[in-house]
Design a protein around this ligand. Structure first.
Ligand code: AP5
Length: 216
């Protein structure tokens, strides 16, 4: 099962891909996470990507395409994978199509997370992640069960993302609106889009995703 999660920043792609990945026992491949790991390592790719990420712009296509190319051929992807945050424009979509053709893979569905923009700033400004296992929380919508302790791994170290400040978020939203419309049309022509009402609760969205996956 090969799935794409497409949606604006804060729409819940990472939250749902973590749940679905566990349910289906397939990996999530997040270009955002992969790039953040490079930034943390201070690698050449990371140093270059950081400039784009802190201003909310897209990292150049060739960089993210290379990340995906190298990742989807690994053994743990044999039963399928979830692409979270890739592709983000038509060029990346075409590149993904070429990769799939050459590996004789099929894209099963593109989940399009649709949500009112007003809520996104609140979701993002409330987001914090475990510094150890990267579990995602929210000070308004999803607190830890015990104050200051990660539910998943017990760590007491939490962090916020460098690109979650209001100015960068507004740029990320602008970039999303500018680049994604044509990508949605590209996938609509291929009849692959499945719309997700991302305003619903985490659990109800998750049940909807499972129902769709089971129907494939
Ligand atoms: P990336 O890391 O992909 O960020 P994004 O697309 O902006 O998405 P987010 O991670 O912000 O949001 P999400 O939809 O995963 O929401 P989440 O589940 O955390 O990309 C970052 C940057 O990397 C880009 O700006 C770009 O520079 C670069 N990049 C990445 N991919 C690239 C590519 N392909 N090409 C070029 N550049 C690329 O949820 C948000 C919050 O809301 C959380 O706190 C969560 O707890 C809460 N929440 C989630 N669901 C719900 C719900 N249903 N109800 C209430 N609260 C909820």
């Amino acid at each position: 099962m090969n799935l794409v999660f497409l949606g604006p920043p804060g729409s819940g792609k990472g939250t749902q891909s973590a749940l679905l990945s566990q349910e289906l026992a397939i990996p999530t491949i997040s270009t955002g996470d992969a790039l953040r790991a490079e930034v943390e390592k201070k690698s050449q790719v990371g140093n270059m990507a950081q400039q784009y990420m802190t201003s909310g712009k897209l990292v150049p296509d060739e960089v993210v395409i290379e990340i995906i190319k190298n990742r989807i051929v690994l053994d743990d992807c044999k039963k399928g994978f979830i692409l979270d945050g890739f592709p983000r424009n038509v060029e990346q979509g075409v590149a993904l199509n070429e990769m799939f053709d050459s590996l004789q893979l099929k894209l099963d569905v593109v989940f399009l997370f649709e949500v009112d923009e007003g809520i996104l700033i609140k979701r993002i400004s409330g987001r914090f992640v475990c510094g150890n296992c990267k579990e995602v929380y929210n000070k308004f919508f999803k607190k830890t069960n015990k104050d200051g302790i990660c539910d998943k791994c017990g760590s007491t170290k939490f962090e916020t993302r460098a690109d979650d400040n209001e100015e960068t978020v507004r740029n990320r939203l602008r970039v999303y609106n500018d680049t994604t419309k044509s990508l949605v049309e590209y996938y609509q022509k291929k009849d692959l889009i499945y719309s997700v009402d991302a305003l619903k609760s985490v659990d109800s969205i998750f049940q909807g995703l499972i129902a769709k996956v089971k129907s494939l």
